[in-house]
Write a protein that binds this ligand. Structure first.
Ligand code: NAI
Length: 338
C-alpha cells in the first residue's frame, strides 16, 4: 500500500475527486489517502489558504493528487498552485496531450508531451514601478534552472522512448534569457543524450506549425511563460482542458492535478467532467509504480486508461465534450468498463 496526500480543493474539486476515487477503488488501486485541505475549502474551515498541515503531509509523503483551488482576484493573495510549486521546488510541469477516442477534433495523430519550466522566466514575480506610468517585469533565467529542466526533459524522453525534443524560443529577441535556455538544452543534449533528436524553433513560427500539423511534434521543452501558453494550445488540439492531465515534479516529490480550474459556474451540480483528474491519477499511479517498485500500480493504471478510452469510444461523455452524462454517471460508465 502506497501513501499519498489527497487535496479535494474547492468548486468542482470535491465532486471530481469523489468520482476519481470511486474509479480508483473499483479498479483495485491500493493507495492509502491522507486527506488535507487547501484553497477556499481551507479558508472556510478557518485556516490559511494553504495550511501548514497540508504542507507537512506533502513533505512527509512526497506525492499528492490535487483538485482545483479557486484563487480570488486581488492583491496579497497568492495562488495555492504557485505556493506549492515554490514550497516543494516543483520545477518540471508535464502535460501529455493525445487524441482521445470518440472525441472529434480537426487534428489527427496528436501525441505530444509538453514539459514546462515552472520556476523562472517572467513568473519570477519580480515587478517594479520605475516611475508612475512605467512598470517592468523581470524575466529571469539561470544556468542551474535551465540545465535541470533540460536534463529532466531529456531523461523523460529517454525513459518513455520519445525520439525528439523541440525547444520553442525567442532567442532572436531575448538573446540573453532565451539564449541561455537554448545553450543549456544544447549542452545537455550533446553531452548526455546525443541519441535523442534535438530541434529548436522560434516560437511564433512554431505556433503556426503546431496548428498546421501537430503530428510532427513529439516532446516540447519550454520555458515558463511559453509552456503555460503552449500547453493550453495543445490541449485545444485534442478537445480541451477536460481531457488533459497534469503533473508538477521536483527532485523530491510530485503533485498531480487536472489543469482546469475550479469551475465555480458549474460547481455542486454534478455536471463537471472528472476525466482530467482521473487521467492525472493514472499518472500518479505510474509514478508510484516506478518510485516504490510496485508493478501492481502500473497494471491498475492501464486498466483505468483502457476503461475510460472504451467509455469515450462508446459515446459516454460529459456535457463539456458534447455528451449528456453528469459527473457520477461518467464515473459509473468507466467503472462498468474496468
Ligand atoms: P476554469 O477551468 O475553472 O473554468 C473555465 C470553463 O471551463 C468554465 O466554463 C468551466 O465551467 C469549464 N470547466 C472547467 N473544468 C471543467 C470540468 N472538469 N468539466 C466541465 N467543465 C469544466 O477556469 P476559470 O473560470 O478561469 O477559473 C476558475 C477558478 O479556478 C479561478 O479562481 C482560478 O484561479 C482557478 N484555477 C485553479 C487551477 C488549479 O487549481 N489548478 C487552474 C486554473 C484555474
Amino acid at each position: 500500500m502506497s501513501k499519498a496526500v489527497l487535496i479535494p480543493g474547492d468548486g468542482i474539486g470535491p465532486e471530481i475527486t469523489a468520482a476519481t476515487l470511486r474509479v480508483l477503488d473499483a479498479a483495485g488501486a491500493r493507495i492509502d489517502w491522507v486527506e488535507r485541505q487547501a484553497g477556499l475549502a481551507a479558508m472556510e474551515a478557518g485556516d490559511e489558504v494553504l495550511p501548514q498541515a497540508t504542507l507537512d503531509a506533502i513533505a512527509e509523503h512526497k506525492v499528492a493528487l490535487k483538485g482545483p483551488c479557486t484563487t480570488p482576484v486581488g492583491h496579497g493573495f497568492q495562488s495555492v498552485n504557485v505556493q506549492l510549486r515554490k514550497a516543494f521546488d516543483l520545477y518540471a510541469a508535464v502535460r501529455p496531450v493525445r487524441n482521445m477516442p470518440g472525441i472529434e477534433t480537426p487534428f489527427r495523430k496528436v501525441d505530444i508531451v509538453v514539459i514546462r519550466e515552472n520556476t523562472e522566466s517572467l513568473y519570477s514575480g519580480v515587478e517594479n514601478e520605475i516611475t508612475p506610468g512605467v512598470v517592468m517585469s523581470m524575466k529571469v533565467a539561470t544556468v542551474k534552472g535551465c540545465t535541470r529542466i533540460a536534463r529532466w526533459a531529456f531523461a523523460y524522453a529517454r525513459q518513455r522512448g520519445r525520439r525528439k525534443v523541440t525547444v520553442f524560443h525567442k532567442a532572436n529577441i531575448m538573446k540573453l534569457t532565451d539564449g541561455m535556455f537554448l545553450d543549456c538544452a544544447r549542452k545537455v543534449h550533446d553531452e548526455e543524450f546525443p541519441e535523442i533528436d534535438y530541434d529548436t524553433m522560434i516560437i511564433d513560427a512554431a505556433c503556426m506549425r503546431l496548428v498546421q500539423d501537430p503530428s510532427r511534434f513529439d516532446l516540447l521543452l519550454l520555458e515558463n511563460l511559453y509552456g503555460d501558453v503552449i500547453s493550453d494550445l495543445c490541449a485545444g488540439l485534442v478537445g480541451g482542458l477536460g481531457v488533459v492531465p497534469g503533473a508538477n515534479f521536483g527532485d523530491d516529490g510530485a503533485i498531480f492535478e487536472a489543469v482546469h480550474g475550479s469551475a465555480p459556474d458549474i460547481a455542486g451540480q454534478n455536471l463537471a467532467n472528472p476525466l482530467a483528474l482521473l487521467m492525472s491519477a493514472v499518472m500518479l499511479l505510474n509514478y508510484l509504480a516506478e518510485r516504490d517498485g510496485a508493478e501492481r500500480h502500473h497494471a491498475v493504471a492501464e486498466r483505468i486508461k483502457q476503461a475510460y478510452d472504451r467509455a469515450l469510444t462508446d459515446g459516454q461523455k460529459t456535457r463539456d465534450l458534447g455528451g449528456e452524462l453528469g459527473t457520477d454517471a461518467f464515473a459509473d460508465a468507466v467503472i462498468a468498463r474496468l
